[in-house]
Design a protein. Structure first.
Length: 207
């Protein structure tokens, strides 16, 4: 089930139009939160975005998830990681398209209150996208021509590369590749099963 305060008419699963900051969290076995990334993204340093205000919701959503007392995931971009400048940022592992044989990189970070193994990270390959004045300008983000998903690629190629045939181009630029959430989801299911098995064992042999 997906929850968002903006209508998502192309979302192919059960959807609730609501604010995730006030939506009741009781009764769920696990929760995956993706706060808006614009305030944490390096893209906000572009001249036409510098003066815009974006919500920074990782800390408040983390408080809600901790209070819910269930396994949780918070996903965001690299700029949201914990650092000297952001001491309350995400303490997170990350995933890359190269880990799943996908033709793009799109690093995304995942903070959880449970342990998961990060796959091995293959070396990035850089493509020279243009040559001016005898110097090659590299495009870091795609391993095949046109697979810079959501930006320079056509929407058809972007949909195929991401595995999201129902999204528009603009939606794809903001999306998490399903391969990432599938990987995290499988690890989460193992965590939930482990907790349930532990609870059953405790009920059979208390103390």
């Amino acid at each position: 089930m997906g929850v968002d305060w903006k209508p998502q008419p192309h979302y192919p699963f059960e959807f609730i139009l609501a604010d995730a900051m006030t939506f009741p969290l009781q009764g769920w076995d696990a929760i995956h939160a993706s706060p808006p990334c614009q305030g944490y993204s390096i893209m906000r340093n572009l001249p036409w975005l510098r003066d815009k205000d974006y919500p920074l919701l990782i800390e408040p959503i983390r408080e809600r998830l901790i209070a819910a007392a269930v396994p949780y995931i918070i996903e965001n971009v690299a700029g949201a990681r914990r650092s000297k400048c952001r001491p309350d940022g995400m303490r997170a592992g990350w995933l890359c398209g190269g880990m799943f044989g996908l033709p793009f990189y799109r690093h995304r970070y995942f903070e959880t209150n449970w342990f998961w193994w990060q796959p091995g990270h293959p070396q990035h390959h850089r493509l020279a996208s243009n040559v001016r004045g005898g110097r090659a300008r590299a495009r870091n983000g795609a391993r095949r021509v046109g697979a810079n998903v959501g930006h320079s690629a056509g929407v058809g190629l972007a949909r195929a590369a991401m595995g999201i045939p129902w999204m528009t181009r603009d939606e794809i630029t903001q999306a998490i590749p399903p391969a990432y959430t599938e990987y995290i989801g499988r690890a989460l299911m193992e965590e939930v099963r482990s907790e349930n098995d532990g609870a059953r064992q405790e009920a059979l042999w208390p103390g």
